[in-house]
Design a protein around this ligand. Structure first.
Ligand code: AVI
Length: 360
């Protein structure tokens, strides 16, 4: 499955490059194109679309695969094909996270609206689908703008397009960026507006604990005077967790192998994805899912002129997905300088949603 949209600009959109990990697309009120020129450093040349991303992909992939314990950064799952596979995962009966979070957003809409307040700029970190943001935007009072941020250009533009259609008067300013990196997000935001971050899907779980703290500190500073609405998956019966990352239809397995498929397509590598088994398990001590690709034979692969060897049975760790208890997560948020105000969980105790204030 391939999708040529990744790293290329759809007609009618502009990319302002010069940022690590991405560029900015701008579209102003009522659908007019409005490039965010303030966000481009003076004199920054516009590199060919995709050039920055591919170099970083090759560098980070090789760095991880040359370690004694091989790893790949999980952000590279999300090319257009990976974003589509992730949407398939969200629809699987075993993957309860998306449904549980949506039901929380709907059920607690009134209280969340109170927390979010009037006239806020909503910034969504990881915006590969419009579904959750549209639930929020429906209940928000006079949202000032919607700024979806995503590493996958194709998925981002679909989200932005769907929101623009559903909310015709809304200022929608999609930002193609790796939000885990050093991207200068402030350039894309209105300095006069109250900022509300939205970080759904328990994506915080994909960070290691020290990275999660550092990321929350960054968000707290970015959102000063506003707040963050964040979805966090909960510690629970390991069987349930195991099933969520081993769906019967094989969507998670395809998503996992997609990092190799992507390397073949974008970097001219020669991985044999079918010779790597999807292996995901819950570690109850570390309270996390570990996702791996396990080599099914002795094999070599070539990436950017380097030969990588995989012993039979050797694994590449491709993702962590940490799970929290509500008190543990609130303690983490407090350490990051947030004031946790509201925490809600669904009736089965599967998932949690938190409103964290960022003091002015
Ligand atoms: C995006 N992230 C929160 C998902 C998760 O559950 O960790 C990614 C995922 N990996 C396998 N299934 C879903």
């Amino acid at each position: 499955m391939t999708d040529k949209r990744e790293d290329t600009m759809p007609a009618g959109w502009s990319q302002l490059a010069g940022f690590p990990g991405g560029g900015i697309f701008g579209r102003g009120r009522r659908g007019r194109l409005a490039p965010l020129s303030a966000s481009r450093p003076a004199g920054a040349a516009k590199p060919p679309a995709g050039a920055v991303g591919r170099t970083a992909f090759a560098r980070e992939l090789l760095a991880g695969l040359q370690q004694p314990r091989k790893t790949t950064p999980c952000k590279y799952f999300y090319d257009a094909c990976g974003a589509a596979l992730f949407e398939q995962i969200c629809a699987q009966p075993e993957y309860y996270l998306t449904r549980a979070e949506l039901s929380l957003l709907t059920r607690h809409a009134t209280r969340l609206t109170e927390c979010i307040g009037d006239d806020a700029e909503l910034i969504e970190f990881g915006a590969s689908s419009p579904v959750k943001a549209s639930v929020l935007l429906h209940v928000m009072r006079q949202p000032a703008a919607y700024v979806p941020v995503d590493i996958s250009g194709g998925a981002l533009l679909e989200t932005a397009g769907a929101i623009s259609t559903a909310f015709p008067g809304l200022d929608v300013r999609p930002l193609m960026a790796d939000y885990t990196g050093d991207t200068a997000l402030t350039h894309a935001l209105d300095p006069k507006r109250r900022r509300v971050g939205f970080f759904p899907g328990s994506s915080l779980g994909n960070f290691e604990p020290d990275e999660a703290l550092a990321f929350l500190i960054r968000l707290r500073k970015l959102l000063q005077g506003g707040g963050l609405l964040i979805g966090v998956d909960l510690v629970k019966d390991p069987t349930r967790l195991h099933a969520a990352y081993n769906d019967a239809a094989g969507a998670t397995a395809a998503f996992n192998r997609n990092v190799l498929v992507r390397a073949n397509r974008e970097l001219g590598a020669d991985f044999r994805p079918e010779q790597f088994a999807h292996y995901a398990f819950y570690d109850p001590v570390a309270r996390r899912i570990e996702m791996h690709l396990v080599s099914l034979c002795d094999q070599d692969a070539h990436v950017a002129g380097r030969t990588l060897h995989f012993d039979e049975g050797e694994s590449i760790r491709t993702e962590y997905s940490h799970k929290y208890t509500v008190p543990d997560f609130r303690a983490l948020a407090t350490r990051a300088g947030f004031r946790p105000r509201l925490s809600v969980i669904d009736s089965e105790g599967l998932f949690s949603l938190h409103w964290l204030e960022s003091p002015a």
